[in-house]
Design a protein around this ligand. Structure first.
Ligand SMILES: [Zn+2]
Length: 425
């Protein structure tokens, strides 16, 4: 077991040791400020300003001993590290660098947001350095631990293994089914005045039962995941109908049947509506709806539009009993927003405390590849393969985000079913 010594144990130091050794590496460790414990240790790291004979050391950057946020002199160096430091075994203070990334420190400093109020990938250090596809924190921790292992061969290896998980946001469960008479009629009238006669015809045909609903890709997805022995996780939008929340009503039988059916072969979580960001009471309501329909406790979530306002969004999720959230990714670019491909616990920088909420980082989303990065299906396949290799190299978890309509080869998503299928191999 690794013993980490520091003469001053701060909440940030406690957090980052837990995140690195438990969440990212899954190896045993202990943190102590007692030099007698350090002297008895078989394998140790000295994280203090005092040099101790025969113990590898990192002279700490101030970051882990500060409180609140302030403008930091942070630059990604030529060696792809953040906080260079004096040390006899690594080139940078890997603990501070990882803390800066995992706590999303930079998102509290940068005020610019996109039109939906989201932090942009181009504002981030990794985005500016064109490094979003690299899980840099994972590389730092692996390299840091490997160097320690070379000094102390008895240290156990990380037990982390590459894993792949498909996730789906169900914003609009069906293209035509599951709507009230009024909503159906209104859509037909709108289509008529927009000269969308093919849609009117298709709607009629689907509702008569002559044709499958084009967004109904659920049995296809079940079959594909069984064939590839892959896990899937579905997030359902169950908010009231609104400008940005176009879900079908949770009261419709079609929604109940769908959620019950999917719960038999995949995990199910809540997809909090955009309206719930303003009114947390709505989040509670949406969780209750899902719990009633699925018959299961709701403990996982992903934000609709990947909207995240730190620390508020995560605090609301914690208050609602959410244990793991899957929103840590950018809508406007594929890659690793927090620099890691492992699930890790969230640190509330404004309260200076480790929270019980786990964040499962996103690797890529369908709409980022097509709408924001403007990739065609072949380019998307290549980009996904690149990210997958990056995740494999660090034994991380590849988390894809698709929608029921984007895998159905319909409309503007023609050609993307092949992208989805190639991602499963
Ligand atoms: Zn959504």
């Amino acid at each position: 077991m690794l013993t980490v010594y520091s003469d001053q144990i701060s909440p940030r130091l406690k957090y980052i040791c837990q995140a690195i050794f438990e969440d990212l590496l899954d190896v045993p460790y202990r943190l102590t400020d007692d030099q007698t414990v350090l002297k008895q240790a078989d394998a140790a790291l000295n994280y203090s300003n005092q040099v101790i004979a025969d113990v590898p050391f990192i002279r700490p950057h101030a970051l882990l001993y500060e409180t609140g946020v302030r403008a930091q002199q942070v630059l990604l160096s030529a060696e792809k590290t953040l906080f260079p430091c004096e040390s006899d075994f690594v080139a940078h203070d890997a603990l501070s660098s990882a803390f800066f990334m995992l706590s999303r420190y930079e998102e509290y400093l940068e005020k610019e947001r996109d039109s939906y109020g989201r932090f942009k990938s181009s504002s981030s250090l990794m985005g500016k350095s064109k490094m979003l596809h690299r899980p840099l924190v994972d590389h730092w921790t692996l390299e840091f631990y490997k160097t320690l292992q070379a000094k102390f061969p008895a240290l156990p290896a990380s037990s982390k293994k590459f894993r792949q998980l498909s996730t789906f946001d169900i914003d609009v469960a069906y293209a035509y089914k599951g709507r009230s008479w009024w909503r159906r009629t209104r859509s037909s009238v709108q289509d008529f005045f927009r000269f969308k006669f093919a849609r009117i015809k298709e709607r009629k045909s689907v509702l008569r039962g002559d044709q499958e609903d084009p967004f109904d890709s659920y049995s296809y997805l079940q079959k594909k995941h069984a064939e590839h022995k892959l896990d899937a996780h579905f997030f359902f939008l169950l908010g009231d109908y609104g400008k940005l929340d176009k879900s079908l009503s949770y009261r419709r039988k079609e929604m109940e049947r769908l959620i019950v059916g999917i719960s038999t072969w995949a995990e199910v979580g809540v997809h909090p509506s955009m309206a719930s960001n303003e009114k947390p009471k709505l989040l509670q309501r949406e969780c209750k709806r899902l719990q009633k329909l699925s018959g299961k406790k709701v403990d996982s979530s992903r934000q609709h539009f990947l909207y995240l306002d730190l620390p508020i969004t995560y605090r609301h999720l914690i208050a609602q009993g959410i244990e793991i959230d899957f929103s840590m990714g950018y809508a406007d670019h594929a890659g690793f927003r927090a620099g890691t491909s492992h699930a890790f616990r969230w640190y509330d920088l404004m309260k200076e405390e480790t929270t019980p909420l786990f964040l499962m980082p996103l690797s890529y989303m369908d709409a980022s590849l097509m709408d924001y990065q403007g990739l065609d299906p072949d380019e998307a396949k290549q980009h996904i393969a690149l990210i997958k290799n990056e995740v494999k190299a660090v034994n991380g978890t590849l988390v894809s985000l698709w929608h029921n309509n984007t895998v159905s080869d319909h409309g503007e998503w023609k050609g993307w079913q092949a992208v989805f299928e190639s991602s499963l191999d």
